[in-house]
Design a protein. Structure first.
Length: 392
């Protein structure tokens, strides 16, 4: 027995070795502070939990869901995009429910990339764009996100030979792992670029509801004519603290939505209807109030960590969105050496930037999904660890 050769294309999981070290440290009795995981520590929005409790008791919800999402869910998403972004969407062919946005991101690549095709993926990035491109037998082409370019890809330097074979361009703002944002000028440039080169523009908007200091991120669908070339992925996971519930949505270009519908109806049966009803309740009752509360919480945590890093001589760009801090490794260490050093010496786990692509090398990511006390404690320990290193 052997598995399919495409399985060998999946790159080794960089967190694996670190997880092993964390486990080792815990077994030795150390209190490890894990700042690696991008998973909200707070409870799901209470009005969503209330709606779920009612929905789960309703026997009409116990059957197979609608493949594309209930009419009610798709209408609620269209209404939210109208209210939040001023974008008009037809719920019947421009909106589809997803079992978490990751599922849709992965499947869209199977629908638009085949052997011989190129998929343009940011570097560093959420690993799914790259890995699914490989699994689909297509070729990922990295677009470096550099601090000197505000972590935006330079579209004008992609070689013509690559563009001729490219079918999709992936963007993700507000960005994981860098915390960077994109303004409308960049989104306009991306839409024009995809129109010119006949590409599907795929916008991963997992963090679109997260913003600090009054910042509200735009949707790519706000750009005039975007729907001709663009599809956006919306997720309930991060803004509503609903990562475990598995509910998301794709919106925009009808051809992309139809492709997802065809593919998905042949391999899954949609998200649990009760979860869709709970998501609808989430959007119905002024979700911005809940988002604001969470954003203030993350902003306070952000400020503690920024200060803590400065105190140890590390300069992190101050993010205006997401719950990530992206900062250069100390003493020119590689990212995995630095991560190993902090977990072994300070019992603090941070994520090595190289896990997100070659241009993540030299950087580390801290996730703000831990309490202020623990973050402050982590900063203290990291500082002591660095001092011990410098004094030898
Ligand atoms: C968390 C995350 C997702 C996945 O969200 P789900 O809706 O829970 O599947 C997608 N993209 C990025 C960049 C993320 O960080």
């Amino acid at each position: 027995m052997d598995w399919a050769s495409r399985m060998d294309k999946i790159p080794p999981y960089l967190f694996f070795e670190l997880d092993r070290i964390v486990e080792q440290q815990r077994q030795m009795g150390h209190d490890v502070i894990n700042l690696g995981i991008g998973d909200p520590d707070m409870a799901t929005a209470p009005h969503v939990v209330d709606a779920m409790q009612q929905a789960v008791a309703d026997p009409s919800n116990h059957r197979y869901p609608h493949y594309l999402g209930s009419n009610q869910f798709r209408q609620a998403m269209a209404d939210w995009y109208a209210q939040r972004f001023g974008v008009t969407l037809n719920p019947s062919d421009e909106v589809i429910a997803l079992i978490g946005s990751k599922e849709g991101i992965a499947h869209l690549i199977w629908a638009f990339a085949e052997p011989g095709d190129v998929v343009l993926v940011p570097d560093p990035a959420y690993p799914v764009y790259y890995t699914q491109t490989l699994l689909a037998g297509a070729e990922p082409y990295y677009l470096p996100l550099l601090a000197t370019h505000n972590f935006l890809p330079q579209l004008d330097i992609i070689p013509q030979s690559i563009l001729k074979r490219a079918t999709m361009l992936w963007i993700n703002y507000p960005n994981n792992p860098t915390g960077a944002i994109a303004d409308k000028t960049f989104l306009q440039e991306a839409v024009a670029f995809c129109r010119q080169h006949d590409l599907l523009l795929c916008s991963d908007a997992a963090y679109v509801e997260m913003g600090f200091d009054g910042y509200h991120a735009p949707s790519v669908l706000e750009i005039e004519g975007a729907k001709d070339v663009a599809v956006e992925f919306y997720s309930f996971s991060k803004p509503f603290n609903m990562t475990g519930w598995r509910i998301g949505c794709a919106l925009g270009n009808p051809m992309a939505i139809a492709a997802l519908g065809t593919l998905k109806s042949n391999l899954d049966s949609g998200p649990f209807t009760a979860v869709q009803q709970a998501a609808v309740a989430g959007l119905a009752n002024h979700p911005e109030k809940f988002f604001d509360t969470m954003n203030v919480l993350y902003q306070n945590r952000r400020d503690i960590v920024i200060q803590g890093l400065r105190d140890m001589g590390l300069n992190a760009p101050t993010p205006r969105a997401t719950f990530y801090l992206w900062f250069p490794t100390p003493l020119r260490m590689t990212s995995s050496d630095a991560a190993k050093f902090f977990v072994e010496t300070a019992h603090v786990m941070v994520t090595p930037g190289a896990a997100y692509g070659p241009h993540g090398e030299g950087w580390l990511r801290i996730s703000l999904t831990t309490s202020e006390d623990r973050l402050a404690e982590a900063m203290k320990r990291m500082k002591t660890a660095l001092q011990s290193l410098k004094s030898v």
